[in-house]
Design a protein around this ligand. Sequence first.
Ligand code: SAM
Length: 274
Amino acid sequence: MSVIQSSSNHDRIGQRHPNDEVIEANRLYYLGFSQQYDSRNGPRRRIKKHLEQMIAASAARKPMSRGVLDIGTGTGFGLNVAMDALREKATRFAGCDVSPEMLDIASTRLNDAELVLFDGVRLPFEDGEFDLVMLVSMLHHLRDPVPLLHEAARVLSPDGVILIVQEPNPTINSLFLKLRRLLGVRTDEVVERAEYHQFITPGLDPRDLGSVLDQCGLVSRVEYTNAAAVDGFTARLGTWADRCFAPLSWVRNEYCCLNYSIVASGARSAEHTR
Ligand SMILES: C[S@@+](CC[C@H](N)C(=O)[O-])C[C@H]1O[C@@H](n2cnc3c(N)ncnc32)[C@H](O)[C@@H]1O
């Protein structure tokens, strides 16, 4: 069953949106966690390489001169990778987030980036301003990802690229959740609500995300990976299984990869960029 229930950004005055509670949980979560976020995650070499490859492949096909936006930039991990990769090409690097504490840390790391605190709903940018819009490990933090995806498509230039990176694979994550339940493992309620499609649901179905992107006039491609796995036993097991089952792509994708990423791009009609 699809966990994506589309709800509009419109008519929010005086009403609570289903995302609001989850956005508040995120603010609270990162208020306490921001100082440890980078050290807990370590150097993230694999995901960095994965992101570098995705950015390089996009930059080889598209102009990228108008700039890059990293939505849910946190402490600036993805934006930093993009700045290193596209410094010569892009004129502007921007990151936005709902957590002031995460952005404070990003500002110590990224001197010349534009860092913007926003409400988690309406991106404070004009239509078609960016050639690359990234959402790195953040989409599962939204209860309903549809409005923010529409916003990402709105600020994207007509020949731009959206990269959704490191989302939990729902098939594998549902097995983890069952195991956790069996072992009686509990996580803090705020953390569970903030990491909504990691703990409350097993994850967002990439096919559902693909159809939302299709509706925005983009063509999307899903890539299942173990790139985000921390070095160690699980990563080695995942990579080994991933290689063994490579010829059986359905088994490989559903059961051997911890995460997926999505690349979306395409020539769009003016109607979609408005
Ligand atoms: C797991 S962190 C990822 C941060 C960064 N992209 C990275 O890869 O290190 C998730 C980030 O998404 C942010 N976030 C949560 N909900 C958001 C929303 N609705 N809009 C923008 N950012 C949001 C959180 O504050 C947090 O900084």
